[in-house]
Write a protein of this length. Sequence first.
Length: 206
Amino acid sequence: MNTIARPLLVVGVLLLSRDAVAHAQEGRHGTWMEWGLGYGSASLSCDTCTRSTQLGGWTFAFEIGGTPSGQVRLGAEIHSWFNGLKHSAPLAGIATGTLLLSYYPRFRGGPFLDGGGGLSYYVLGEGTGDPIEPLSRDTTYYSGTGWGFTVGVGWEVPLGHGDALTPRISYHHGFVGILHSPDGARVATGWNQNLLSVEVRFLGSF
């Protein structure tokens, strides 16, 4: 190898090494979407309730956001829970709209924590048997909207090309306050709802 080629080879190796290190440190980046399914247990209470009601049901989540840094994701999440898919039976449903911040100690894969706040909605309606819209808007018995917060913990399993599986456990508390019937009458005050859910989600980057 001549005296000119050797320095060029060394410089090339150094540049490639620097790019590889920079790519490894860059970690997560860009815009992403996440959706998933799971199961949740809801606890419901109010001022006039004689006891707290505990119900199980299925959950669905969708989230979209960006990546401020390789260890932080920020997204807007829509999360829904519904107590079954029965026809013509009173079914409870919880929906949340939350601005979530997720922190990852590692630049790639591993555990993460997330938390945020937003709106919390509760409805008791008649079942339609439709998994997309389990409650019929025309047969609402009562409903209410308030504020809530969500915290969670999970594990990111990289799949390549920025995609990942993200199993997680999340807890949501909603301060709904007042529930109204369709004609506007108050049917409950001091309404609070708690939802503990276990989900498997798929995250795709683009």
